[in-house]
Design a protein around this ligand. Structure first.
Ligand code: AMP
Length: 116
């Protein structure tokens, strides 16, 4: 895997704009540019973790904070009780396209199962 940053590093550093809906010292949340649901937000850690395979005991706190940020946000927008989906795609078969982990929060409509 290349050590070059991804577009999400540039969003973290504000080099490129994003519609940010959540930010703390560890996590950034912003609207997906190609939404697949009425609510489609990406939550990312403010450190480079390329894929789900790279989550380890040193960086797992970032992942926990991503989940907590999602919990706060779904309460804030009134979707917690309706329900929602949290997805992380990994590598080729998972259809990952940006190699900086991100949780997709999808909400605001009935989801389908199984996913495609
Ligand atoms: P994945 O396929 O799981 O790697 O998801 C990457 C997601 O990033 C896709 O849903 C894209 O629409 C989204 N995306 C890519 N570039 C941007 C951007 N500049 N701002 C917001 N979302 C983006």
């Amino acid at each position: 895997m290349s050590d070059e940053g991804t577009i999400f590093d540039k969003i973290i550093s504000k080099e490129i704009p994003a519609d940010v809906i959540y930010e703390d010292d560890f996590v950034l949340g912003f609207k997906d540019i190609n939404p697949q649901a009425p609510v489609h937000v990406l939550f990312i850690p403010k450190v480079r973790i390329s894929t789900h395979n790279d989550i380890n005991t040193d960086n797992v706190d970032y992942v926990a904070k991503m989940h907590l940020a999602i919990n706060d946000y779904v309460k804030e927008i009134g979707e917690a009780e309706n329900g929602y989906r949290v997805v992380m795609n990994c590598n080729e078969n998972g259809q990952q396209t940006v190699y900086h982990i991100h949780m997709h929060l999808l909400a605001g409509r009935m989801m389908n199962w199984p996913p495609g």
